[in-house]
Design a protein around this ligand. Structure first.
Ligand code: NAD
Ligand code: GLY
Length: 366
């Protein structure tokens, strides 16, 4: 087992990474403050992994809350089900919530933990690749609004993150690819050597090679922990973790939550961010093609939906959380492995990026 730390002073916490960790009582126990726990998962994850976590927490008095599955349920009504379960069983301020599932569960349970009785402890137990490399680390929690993705939420850190890599064995291939989008993101924004490693090892990752997956998860979490430790509340640096997300959130919102997976939308969004960086002269055509090739190798979409117009994109991008004074701020690359957040670009270049023929751009590789 590997252990990393998210270094946030008195709110620091460990990330445990390894195979078959769900059953390990001794990983959970030090982070639980009273006898009471509430395990929150969804109807897909419950039959797969709930028993293992219940077993690990056998010494605790347990409430189990099973939510409907899917991004389309990441809203107020589902959040209310968590509060219903906690209040029905009279959980107090010392209770600990256990978020067992993917990023949707993690984000909602984290937000419920931030709100319930003005804040209770929670542990992230992520079971998708995306949640293991990204959403479970760093304390961003929240729900969607019909007008914008993740628009209601709180920064609220967990007590620990328990990553059991064995859970990836049951993950559908499409979800594995969605997680790889965020892994590729770390290479593009922060670590050119990791990007090269990903180019050399994508096949191993796609075939669930345990060693390769462990390394990719560990490196991704280490990068995220390093960034979050420097800028927990996204005053500056942390925003680079949103490469492709401004375009991607527009795709997710326009297409209807759940139609495109978050990682798929981010993948197509990263291609758009690469192209925008190229149009501004920061990176070369060759760099763009390198990024597209890797994203494609991961089984991800590289072309935004044909039905989305420039106006559709601009309408959704206008409500992005990074925006300041109505100006759309974008994460762009200065070079492969180094990102910048800026609203300092000519409006016509963004127009050009949004109206690009991505089919043709991608076709250059065929
Ligand atoms: P998800 O939570 O919807 O999980 C994907 C699917 O896999 C679901 O159907 C789920 O039930 C199923 N599943 C989960 N674990 C499984 C397993 N081991 N085996 C089989 N099926 C399993 O989606 P996700 O990709 O994990 O997370 C996406 C969400 O994360 C989005 O809402 C996004 O906004 C959010 N997110 C948050 C952050 C953050 O910093 N908080 C970062 C990135 C993404
Ligand atoms: N996923 C972006 C962040 O955590 O900041």
């Amino acid at each position: 087992m590997q252990q990393l730390t998210v270094d946030l002073g008195e709110r620091s916490y460990p990330i445990y990474i390894g195979s078959e960790l769900l059953q390990k009582t001794d990983l959970f126990a030090p982070h639980i403050s009273s006898r009471r726990v509430a395990i929150v998962c969804n109807e897909t994850v419950a039959p797969l992994y709930l028993d293992r976590v219940k077993h690990a927490l056998a010494e605790n008095e347990q409430t189990v809350i099973v939510l409907p599955d899917g991004e389309q349920h990441k809203h107020w009504e589902t959040l209310q089900l968590i509060f219903d379960g906690l209040l029905a069983d009279r959980h107090d301020r010392k209770t600990t919530l256990i978020a067992l599932g993917g990023g949707v569960i993690g984000d909602m349970v984290g937000f419920a933990a931030a709100c319930y009785q003005r804040g209770v402890n929670f542990i992230q137990v992520p079971t998708t690749l995306l949640s293991q490399v990204d959403s479970s680390v760093g304390g961003k929690t929240g729900i969607n609004h019909p007008l914008g993705k993740n628009m209601i939420g709180a920064f609220y850190q967990p007590q620990a993150v328990v990553i059991d890599t064995a859970t990836l064995a049951t993950l559908p291939p499409r979800e594995l690819s969605a997680g790889l989008a965020e892994v590729i993101k770390y290479g593009l924004i922060y670590d050119a050597d990791f990007l090269t490693w990903l180019e050399q090892n994508m096949q191993r990752l796609m075939s669930l090679d345990e060693q390769a997956l462990s390394y990719a998860i560990e490196r991704s979490c280490a990068i995220k922990a390093e960034i979050v430790a420097q800028d927990e509340r996204e005053a500056g640096l942390r925003a680079i973790l949103n490469l492709g997300h401004t375009f991607g959130h527009a795709i997710e919102t326009e297409q209807g939550y759940g139609a495109w997976l978050h990682g798929e939308a981010v993948a197509a969004g990263m291609v758009m961010a690469l192209q925008m960086s190229c149009l501004l002269g920061n990176i070369s055509d060759v760099d763009v093609q390198r990024g597209i090739r890797l994203i494609r190798q991961a089984g991800l979409p590289v072309v935004p939906p044909a039905t989305m117009s420039v106006a559709d994109f601009l309408q959704h991008m206008a409500v992005d959380k990074k925006n300041v004074d109505g100006k759309i701020r974008l994460v762009l690359l200065e070079q492969l492995g180094r990102a910048v957040v800026t609203s300092d670009y000519p409006a016509n270049v963004l127009q050009q990026c949004l109206s690009e023929d991505y089919g043709a751009l991608v076709g250059m590789q065929d």
